[in-house]
Design a protein around this ligand. Structure first.
Ligand SMILES: Nc1ncnc2c1ncn2[C@@H]1O[C@H](COP(=O)(O)OP(=O)(O)OP(=O)(O)O)[C@@H](O)[C@H]1O
Length: 724
């Protein structure tokens, strides 16, 4: 009864592409004792050695060598002089290149310096070694991000202790009231740093702002509040705020924040995600009207006639709008007006509107937000950056339409669009950031472990030069090893984790009992990477069989819900179906590409309202989704990279609340997960709080015969459903 569901053999995840191996110091070169002998055996042209003797004063060495073989001595001196000259030049060149090396490669410089010193320290005893080629450098190239521009090297640090009451900021009273209703009285650290830079006031920064801060640290309000504050008093509706995020779910979530903060402002907010037809969205974004403008009317007509004469395909309707939807009055011209002040959209849909929606213009945009920037810049999304950015660079003159074409290009004006770029895993790829054409940019980094480590190590760039990312300090991480022998029971491990969790609806229906396992204390006392044994097993007597108290901690408030990540949409759907067959009373939802529209919105809403206990999702739910008080994340399938891990587990332990993340680790993934520097537990990229580490949990399940049969039947049914 083979089921691809549990037999899936998952190869170890690839190393995170953005994270390169750390530089290894160049090996010190050993002084060669045999070199002089070798050199003395080599015949050198006589004339050359005499020439060298004639041009150098080496009386001491000559005397020391004696007169028995003056010619031989001269020859050796000549060789030595030539070598010394070469060595000197080599030394100088090496010194020069060492001076040019970036300050932050001090360690590498030291090694290189020592190597040079070794070369220069060769004692000249008459028979010197030939200068050897420098050893191949292992990884001493200045990395892309060690040559960072000033603004990336000297970020503004958002102190984690810095929080101020919202009412001390230049925010409209309506906004303060809305925040208060939500229970948001004081800023989070990242907001304390970013809001004064974006709001009017003495600390306002008149350029672009990049924000790098952990998941759940409150980045959304950091841009929503200033945009609403800035746009709320504008008398005419124009598209002035553009917010780009990678998924529909995020679009909806940002909209909720904007709706909250713009209550009473009259601002018109719209979304464009592709869930409706393009035409429907067009009617929401742009309206077509007419304006009395005899001059423009005349110019229009002349232009139309000119074009018609040229092209012979004159079509007044096309120019002035279809007679079906607009009857133009005499001396009137068509005018398109934006129906929205702020648009939140996915990049692909934005590109579609730019290309296909008549009257849709970015001409008035003052704010551009790119949230989850690393994802948006890493993927093309119909080359959205190339389509959108040029439209924000220059402004046509107000009467461009009536200018002779030859004039237009001389009078375009440079735009002042404020760009805010955010991510929990901000890119360090300068070439990508450059495409955004940032103006006087500043980087704001949330002070945390990353920063402390970076300072200790002398790194000064985003998250330290090594691209580190903070794991929220309130998150507890676990890894549950699954041996090769137990791989077919992977779904049962998930069930066990869920039943032993905090959700009373699930826990009360508990069917399997865990085999006595090592207590939390025992496990915690043991380094997560100490053991080579990645197989399941628990032989010790247990202080408690109930994992729920271990997992959440008896003293911590019980949060709600479990978000389970799978590697694909299909896997999510099948896993949900299997759980439904095995545990019909559970309330399970799925969030995948196929449920991205209205049904996805409903599912998320139900999960947030605690109507669902388990949400099984593909990686589309890993970025930015805010599910307040989410109790735990379970990585049923291993994430593909450390970056993906950060975003997945960051759905819990948000806003300083407690949360836990458990990853099922198959035997062939153990090395990467537990030990690899580009993996998870020993990752050089992920930075954890002082006493935090990934805890290994050896979980064993005991399935009785009846339950085993039930499981086999469910798998069979799943297989049949898949076929049929
Ligand atoms: N000042 C505040 N006071 C109380 N709660 C806040 C405050 N600011 C934000 N929050 C809440 O914190 C949670 C996380 O905020 P948000 O979604 O903006 O995080 P984020 O930094 O964008 O995370 P991610 O990187 O995962 O997208 C939200 O539920 C939000 O309502």
């Amino acid at each position: 009864m083979a089921s691809p569901f549990y037999n899936r053999y998952i190869p170890p995840p690839p190393k995170a592409s953005h994270h390169s191996e750390p530089s290894r110091p160049a090996k010190k070169r050993k002084k060669s004792k045999s070199a002089p002998t070798i050199i003395s055996q080599q015949a050198k042209p006589r004339e050359e050695s005499q020439e060298s003797v004639a041009s150098n004063d080496h009386g001491d060495e000559e005397a020391h060598l004696g007169s028995a073989d003056t010619e031989g001595v001269h020859h050796q001196i000549a060789i030595r002089d030539r070598h010394k000259t070469v060595l000197d030049k080599y030394g100088k060149a090496a010194k020069r290149s060492a001076e040019l090396t970036d300050e932050k490669t001090v360690a590498a410089e030291d090694d290189e310096g020592e190597r040079q010193k070794d070369v220069m320290d060769v004692e000249l005893h008459g028979l010197e070694p030939l200068p050897q080629p420098a050893p191949v450098k292992e990884d001493h190239q200045v990395s892309a991000f060690s040559a960072l521009p000033e603004w990336l090297q000297t970020p503004v640090l958002a102190s984690s202790a810095n929080t101020v009451p919202f009412k001390t900021l230049a925010l409209h009273g309506d906004m303060l009231a809305s925040l208060e209703r939500r229970g948001h009285l004081a800023t989070f650290a990242i907001q304390s740093a970013v809001l004064p830079m974006l709001l009017p006031g003495p600390q306002q920064h008149t350029g672009d702002v990049c924000v790098s801060a952990a998941t759940g640290s409150g980045k959304t309000l950091a841009y929503v509040l200033p945009i609403v504050q800035d746009l709320r008093d504008k008398p005419v509706t124009r598209l002035r705020g553009l917010i780009v995020v990678p998924t529909r779910e995020l679009v909806n979530q940002v909209r909720e924040s904007l709706d909250l903060c713009s209550a009473g402002s009259g601002l018109k907010i719209a979304t464009a995600v592709g869930s409706k037809s393009l035409k429907e969205e067009q009617t929401v974004l742009v309206e077509k009207g007419q304006r009395y403008d005899p001059e423009a009317y005349k110019a229009e007509q002349e232009k139309e006639v000119d074009e018609a004469e040229e092209l012979m395909d004159w079509d007044l309707d096309k120019r002035f709008g279809s007679k079906d939807d607009l009857e133009l009055f005499y001396n009137h011209v068509v005018e398109y007006n934006s129906k929205v002040d702020i648009l939140i959209c996915t990049p692909g849909r934005l590109v579609e509107h730019i290309h296909s929606t008549t009257g849709f213009t970015l001409e008035h945009v003052r704010w551009l937000v790119i949230d989850e920037a690393d994802r948006l810049l890493n993927e093309s999304f119909q080359q959205w950056v190339d389509v959108v950015l040029p439209g924000l660079e220059y402004l046509p003159p107000p009467d461009a339409f009536h200018q002779p074409r030859s004039n237009i290009f001389h009078i375009f004006r440079r735009r002042e669009v404020r760009k805010i770029i955010l991510s929990a895993t901000m890119t360090r790829d300068i070439s990508k950031l450059t495409t955004l054409k940032l103006r006087r940019p500043k980087l704001v980094v949330l002070e945390g472990q990353t920063q402390r480590m970076a300072i200790d190590d002398g790194d000064a760039a985003i998250g330290g030069e090594r691209g580190r990312v903070d794991i929220p300090e309130s998150l507890q991480e676990y890894g549950v090893p699954i041996s090769e022998h137990n791989i077919q029971d992977k779904p049962l491990y998930l069930i066990e984790l869920l039943e032993s969790g905090s959700d009373p609806l699930i826990g009360k229906n508990r069917r399997y009992s865990p085999v006595p396992s090592k207590s939390a204390e025992e496990n915690e006392g043991k380094s997560s990477t100490d053991s080579e044994d990645l197989s399941q097993g628990s032989d010790s007597s247990s202080k408690s069989n109930d994992l729920s108290s271990q997992l959440l901690g008896a003293d911590k408030p019980l949060n709600h819900g479990t978000l389970v990540f799978t590697e694909s949409n299909e896997q999510a759907i099948r896993l949900a179906r299997l759980l439904a067959l095995l545990r019909p009373s559970w309330q399970i939802g799925t969030l995948t590409k196929s449920t991205a529209g209205a049904s996805g919105r409903k599912t998320l809403a139900a999960f947030r309202k605690r109507k669902l206990s388990v949400l099984i999702a593909s990686d589309r739910a890993s970025r930015g989704l805010d599910i307040p008080d989410l109790a735990q994340v379970i990585n049923y399938d291993m994430p593909k990279s450390a970056t993906s891990y950060v975003h997945r587990v960051g759905r819990t332990a948000r806003a300083g609340k407690a949360g836990q993340a458990t990853t099922l680790v198959l035997h062939n993934q153990g090395k990467w997960f537990w030990k690899d520097k580009s993996g998870i537990a020993k990752s050089e990229m992920l930075v954890r709080g002082p006493d935090k580490r990934v805890i290994r949990r050896n979980l064993a399940i005991d399935v009785n015969e009846e339950a085993r049969e039930e499981y086999e039947n469910a798998l069979q049914m799943l297989g049949e459903e898949a076929k049929g």
